[in-house]
Ligand binder design. Structure first.
Ligand SMILES: [Mg+2]
Length: 360
């Protein structure tokens, strides 16, 4: 039965909504019982990896900034990123939604468009979840399960290992700032407004908004690195390099010396930051949500890691080395070594959204 997409979900009721969603969600490999029963049943491998992460309205996203389709994609992507950073292959997900009754079916369907698309891209199946009504913030809470045998842990980095980072850094944090300045994407990820920026900045603005609203973690690489035992330690970069690298150092009981000139600062984020007289190095060091991989790699294995990454066109940067010593991060530049204090990455400093973490 076709339901009017403009109907509020509160009017439709839970049974009709669940029936509607069940009809949309395909089954998949390893799924014995999927959506619809009291619990899902899945076949698992030698190890089952589990991770969970929620996106909460006004803490992690603002509704007026975020097309629901992209919200669905991101909710899955951030969990896939965590799972891949452990060397796992994502296989199943459960999705728990807290929604206000006045939201429309169109909203729910767009959210699921994003979830289902991203699930198909990553080869995972949505096998269950929950739908709850709330008068408070929207919550998109996703748990992803995956298969693993060899694991990549945060502990394991050794003195002498190279600090290796995939992709580029800073675009997601730049994108958050652009959202606060009024720039917007539509549900297809196309630019609909440049906010405070002129039309001539369309390309960098769109690029940074996409990095923030629709991150693309290099998830295939984690598993390959684990299988081939090419990394001693790994984690994904969600809170910003300065804080995440310190976490890895603490777990591995080593110190890190970062060469600031080697950091892969996102070129579009850098050009926008330069245009406003800002410091793009700070954006790359402290900006969060890049969902790239941070790795500890033996010096001799770096070329193999680079070759593997190049198969998926994933960029790789050797940004420094782990050394013996108390857990800590320092920058090693032309003018000597200075400690780098992690700066906590706040999604929004104020509820108004005006005070996002500034690029220092
Ligand atoms: Mg993580």
């Amino acid at each position: 039965m076709e339901i009017d997409a403009g109907k509020q979900i509160g009017e439709l009721g839970e049974r009709a909504l669940l029936r509607h969603l069940r009809a949309r969600i395909p089954s998949g490999e390893g799924v014995l019982v999927g959506v619809g029963d009291d619990a899902a049943a899945i076949a698992t491998g030698p190890l089952t990896l589990i991770t969970t992460d929620a996106l909460v309205e006004d803490t992690h996203f603002k509704l007026e900034w975020t097309p629901p389709r992209l919200l669905g994609r991101k909710a899955l992507s951030i969990n896939i990123s965590d799972l891949a950073a452990m060397g796992g292959v994502p296989r199943q997900a459960v999705v728990s939604l807290c929604l206000r009754p006045e939201l429309t079916l169109q909203f729910l369907d767009a959210l699921y468009d994003g979830l289902l698309e991203r699930a198909a891209e990553a080869g995972l199946s949505i096998v269950g979840g929950n739908l709850a009504s709330t008068s408070g913030p929207i919550v998109v809470d996703v748990t992803v399960l995956g298969l693993g045998d060899e694991l990549l842990r945060r502990k394991g980095a050794r003195p002498g290992d190279r600090i290796v980072v995939t992709g580029a850094l800073g675009a997601a944090a730049a994108g958050l700032r652009l959202l606060a300045e009024g720039a917007r994407l539509d549900a297809d990820g196309a630019l609909t407004g440049t906010g405070l920026w002129t039309e001539s900045s369309r390309i960098p603005v769109e690029h940074c908004l996409r990095a923030q609203l629709d991150p693309a973690p290099p998830w295939v690489l984690g598993r390959a690195l684990a299988e081939q035992k090419l990394a001693h330690a790994a984690m994904d970069l969600s809170d910003g390099l300065s804080g995440d690298l310190l976490s890895l150092c603490e777990d591995s009981e080593v110190a890190a010396l970062v060469d600031p000139s080697a950091l892969p600062i996102d070129a579009h984020a850098a050009s926008l930051t330069r245009a406003r007289g800002g410091d793009s190095l700070g954006l790359a060091l402290h900006g969060g949500e890049d969902y790239q991989l941070l790795l500890a790699v033996a010096p001799g294995a770096v070329p193999q890691v680079a070759e593997l990454a190049s198969m998926w066109e994933i960029a790789l940067a050797d940004v420094g080395e782990f050394v013996a010593g108390q857990a800590g991060v320092a920058l090693r530049g032309k003018d000597g070594v200075r400690p780098l204090r992690p700066r906590a990455y706040d999604h929004f400093l104020s509820k108004s959204g005006k005070g996002m973490t500034p690029a220092p």
